[in-house]
Design a protein around this ligand. Structure first.
Ligand SMILES: [Zn+2]
Length: 302
């Protein structure tokens, strides 16, 4: 199904989102979605034209092989580049509440994460998606089951493949349908798919860890103006009995949010400088956290 053919189509089973070929709102029809929005999702509507323009430039740089732009999941216009926050989570971020990731309410009951694929996800992406899903299943001893939505599932992830709105996911269970998006350029490495699913399972980025200042130096002077909050420590997180993991596929790369091509994250262990930001494999520590959050918490005995 070609997105540009879907402009101005409205009705049952539709949602509004940005078009693939222009920064205007169009309607994408999905026979799989049973809700209808009268307006674009807030997280899309909140992005300004200037922010979209800057994002487009970063995508161009990425596609031209400019490594100083960072990983595909680090160039988006959202919170920490690829995270969509609920209103409640935004309040948590402001320090008024401290019940984020450690809150069991955001976990997928029984380790079962239902999903629906939008027609914008091309057929040839599904192999990569499934590989990521299988990787998570194997690495969690079969606890995390990412499966097609059944009629009785109320909470689920709606996966689209829109090219020019970046890759993103919510953190944990939001309630009802929640979006996840994968442009092709964001699925170019094995762990890139797993990275977004880890957000949906309830994880922030590695360098948001409470003890990150013991392991990395944030070079604030090289971070894009206004992007500093992407490097804040998330105080409502738990490290789930793991050590700080430079190799985590949830760690930003050294160039994340750089405004001038200089490194924004310096590793205190110099051997790890070119290791951070890898998106090739999922580490033992990455999986250990999920196992701890779900299996040890008894979630998979449900
Ligand atoms: Zn991310």
């Amino acid at each position: 199904m070609v997105i540009s053919n879907l402009k101005a189509i409205k009705g049952e089973g539709t949602f509004l989102i940005l078009s693939n070929d222009m920064k205007s709102f169009v309607v994408i029809v999905s026979v799989l979605v049973s809700v209808c929005f009268a307006a674009p999702p807030n997280f899309i509507a909140e992005i300004t034209d200037d922010e979209w323009a800057a994002f487009d430039q970063r995508v161009d740089r990425l596609l031209n092989g400019d490594e100083t732009v960072g990983n595909p999941d680090e160039i988006g216009p959202y919170f920490e580049s690829d995270i969509i926050l609920t209103e409640a989570q935004k309040i948590e971020m402001s320090g008024l509440a401290r019940n984020g990731v450690v809150n069991p309410m955001i976990r997928w009951p029984g380790g079962r994460l239902p999903y629906v694929l939008d027609p914008t996800v091309p057929e040839n992406y599904t192999t990569r998606l499934q590989a990521g899903i299988d990787t998570i299943f194997d690495g969690t001893n079969g606890c995390i089951k990412i499966v097609p939505k059944e009629v009785t599932d109320r909470n689920y992830v709606y996966i689209s493949g829109i090219e020019d709105i970046g890759c993103f996911s919510y953190i944990g269970v939001v309630g009802g349908m929640q979006f996840m998006n994968f442009p092709e350029w964001c699925m170019n490495r094995n762990a890139s798919v797993v990275h977004e699913f880890f957000h949906a399972l309830g994880f922030y980025h590695m360098q948001s860890d409470l003890e990150r200042d013991d392991h990395v130096i944030i070079n604030w002077e090289h971070i894009r103006d206004g992007a500093e909050s992407n490097f804040y420590i998330q105080e409502n997180t738990d490290k789930y009995d793991t050590e700080y993991d430079y190799e985590s596929m949830m760690h930003y790369s050294k160039y994340a949010f750089s405004k001038d091509g200089n490194i924004t994250i310096t590793t205190k262990n110099p051997d790890m400088q070119d290791v951070i930001g890898q998106r090739v494999r999922v580490t033992d520590s990455d999986f250990a956290k999920v196992r701890e959050m779900y299996i040890e918490a008894g979630e998979c005995q449900r």
